[in-house]
Every structure is written in C-alpha cells, then in structure tokens.
Design a protein around this ligand. Structure first.
Ligand code: ATP
Length: 213
C-alpha cells in the first residue's frame, strides 16, 4: 500500500514533460553513419537538449539530379534503427509526412507549431554553414532556430554568413561520409563499425546499396 501511495501520488505525475530544448539535425542520411550519430549524441550532451531529432529529408533539393537517392522510407527505417540505440536521439518523419521538396524553413515552422514554447537548435555541418543564405526563406530559419555549427573532418572552418547567430560545438571528427559508404557497400567492402549493426541489418534486409549490373 505504501508503494501505491508514493507511485500514484496524483494525476499528471507520470506525464512526460514536453521537450523544451530540441535539436534538429536534418540530412539525407543515405545511409546514416557514426559521424551522424556521434554528432547527434555530442550536441545533445553539450547543449543539454531534451531531444535530438534526426530529420530525414524527403526530397533533398541540394542533391536532386546529382545521383539516385534511396527511397525516403528506406532512409527513415535506417535512421530509426540507429536512433533507437541512443538516448534522446529520435528519428523524425516530419518531412516525409509533409511530402514534396525538403526545406528547413518549413520544418522549423512545423516544429514551432508543435512545440510553441521550445527552443530549437538547428545543427549544420561546417561544410554547409556558409551556404545558409542560399536556403529557402533564410530569414525564417534565422528567426526560428539557433544555428549549431559542427566541424566535419577535412572541411573544418565553415561558418554562417554575417548576420547569423550561431554556436559552435566541438564534436569528434570522424572522417566518414555517406558517399564513401555507398561506394563501400557497392563493392562489398565492410560497413562494420562505420555504421551501427542495427542499421546494417536494415540495409541487408532491404537489399539497399547493391550494385545493379
Ligand atoms: P553525402 O556523402 O551523401 O553527400 P552527407 O553525409 O554529406 O552525405 P547528409 O546525410 O545529408 O549528407 O548529412 C547530414 C548532415 O550531417 C549534414 O549537415 C552533414 O554536414 C553532416 N555530416 C555528414 N557526415 C558527417 C560526419 N562524418 N561528421 C559530422 N557531420 C557529418
């Protein structure tokens, strides 16, 4: 009975509280790898986030026409399998459910509506930071989120253009890229360690990144 008294102290006591500091890390994630997950985990810890969303791009405008992109649902399944391994990290299908081309401004607006009181932190790699002004509706992005710049191995130093507020977070620089991993998968080189085993299971289960000849 004593247990009941303490555990059932009153209505609402066990309700999850709404996340107030939300990280938004968008990408194609084709495939997701340790560079992505290590970044997510370390930014979440460094900025004391309540949640770090890995937002899977439905149709990444920056990459369209440059190469075939793995179907969004397959990329989401890989990200979800990886995210499940790490506390606070979550796969988000907000851009898949919206459909169409993917723009961070739209995503931030949608997150702002879903979480009106939360602070949003948009993570961008140093390779992308200096191009923020070229994104669709950059003013919306600037207004709704604090930009978090993380250095990517070999592409260090990029920062947002003048007028953007940002914080820099030092993360482990892991020289891994999705392009290299796709190449490895195609020629049958090992993906182990570079991609979490749970994600490799999804790749195998869905026969992704196989050479078609
Ligand atoms: P590709 O090699 O196919 O161009 P990518 O890894 O550059 O892929 P995304 O999957 O879209 O592209 O990356 C999502 C985000 O993750 C981007 O902001 C990118 O800068 C960042 N990122 C990618 N690889 C790393 C890494 N090794 N370390 C830290 N950040 C990374």
């Amino acid at each position: 009975m004593a247990r009941e008294l303490t555990d059932d102290a009153g209505p609402g006591d066990n309700q999850p509280t709404a996340p107030q500091r939300i990280g938004v890390f968008g990408g194609t994630f084709d495939p997701p790898h340790i560079g992505h997950f290590a970044t997510a985990v370390n930014v979440a810890a460094e900025l004391d986030l309540d949640q770090m969303l890995l937002v899977v791009a439905n149709s990444p405008w920056q990459k369209l026409g440059t190469r075939p992109i793995t179907p969004a649902e397959d990329r989401y399944a890989m990200v979800a399998a990886g995210a499940a391994l790490f506390e606070l990290v979550e796969a988000s299908r907000i851009e898949l459910d919206r459909g169409g081309e993917t723009y961070s401004a739209d995503t931030l607006e949608e997150l702002r509506e879903l979480h009106p009181t939360a602070e949003l932190f948009l993570v961008v790699g140093s390779d992308a930071a200096d191009g923020l002004d070229t994104w669709k509706r950059p003013d919306v992005v600037r207004e709704l989120a604090t930009i978090v710049v993380v250095d990517r191995a070999g592409r260090e130093g990029g920062v947002p253009p003048q007028g953007w507020n940002y914080v820099k977070v030092d993360t482990p620089r892991l020289e891994v890229s999705s392009s290299d991993l796709r190449r490895r998968a195609e020629v049958g080189d090992p993906l182990d360690v570079l991609i979490p085993a749970a994600v490799i299971d999804v790749i195998r289960g869905r026969s992704l990144y196989r050479r078609h000849d």
